[in-house]
Design a protein around this ligand. Structure first.
Ligand code: ATP
Ligand code: ZN
Length: 210
């Protein structure tokens, strides 16, 4: 029997819940922190531990059959994969925010302004849909400090509680996307018996949590 591969986040916000979900599905494996691959002893499955940003492309290219990743990362990478199951964890919202004293109050006010973000693709699609012309400044992290440094007029970032925004003197003014972790698969895989079996197990774990 062919061994399937599932890619999950190696460390970070989705790692623990992804491991817990697979264990709750009855899969038995060692959660090696140092190794990139772990074998499941009671199911023909290998677990690949990767950076979340790499997961959509691994799945699209068929290096992994399945992956667990945030919807935001899938949208940002623009890959063509099958959405197999929403997983109910890793929930967050991508929002536009400005400094509390800013004159920007709505998305139309962003015309001619600059926006710092780590999600330029999602932001560009949103701005295009709303016919807004703004300059996107892509930075890889600590987006919240950009307005204070004079690098941008606004930011577009992930917000969960809003605490980070507040402590950086920022306030959100528009919601662009909601996201949660999802199980994705490479195109065409959804009817393979092992995949069907795994999805059924995941669904019963999720149902038991309701
Ligand atoms: P990696 O090292 O794998 O690249 P990362 O630093 O890019 O990790 P994390 O911060 O671990 O990513 O977040 C992983 C995912 O968790 C996000 O892409 C998002 O879908 C989700 N998430 C949920 N809440 C938050 C939050 N408050 N901030 C950031 N991401 C969140
Ligand atoms: Zn990442």
């Amino acid at each position: 029997m062919k061994t399937l591969k599932i890619a999950i986040q190696k460390s970070g916000r989705l790692n623990e819940k992804s491991v817990e979900l697979l264990k709750n599905c009855g899969l038995s494996f060692e959660n090696y922190k140092s190794s990139l691959i772990s074998n499941v002893s009671n199911f023909p499955l290998e677990i690949l531990f990767l950076r979340d940003d790499d997961i959509p492309e691994y799945v699209q290219d068929g290096i992994a059959d399945l992956g667990i990743v945030g919807e935001n990362v899938i949208s940002e990478t623009g890959v063509d994969v099958s959405f197999l199951q929403m997983l109910g964890f890793g929930k967050c919202t991508l929002k536009l925010a400005v400094q509390t004293h800013s004159t920007i109050e709505n998305i139309a006010d962003l015309n001619g302004k600059s926006i710092a973000t780590s999600y330029p693709v999602i932001l560009k699609n949103f701005l295009d849909d709303n016919k807004i012309k703004a300059e996107i400044r892509t930075i890889s992290g600590s987006v919240e400090i950009a307005p204070g440094l004079g690098l941008s007029d606004a930011i577009f970032d992930i917000v969960s509680t809003g605490g980070t925004l507040k402590s950086n003197g920022l306030k959100p003014f528009a919601e662009v996307m909601k996201s949660e972790a999802v199980l994705i698969g490479r195109k065409g895989i959804e009817n393979e018996p092992l995949i069907v079996e795994l999805i059924q197990r995941i669904q019963s774990v999720l149902r038991a949590k309701e």
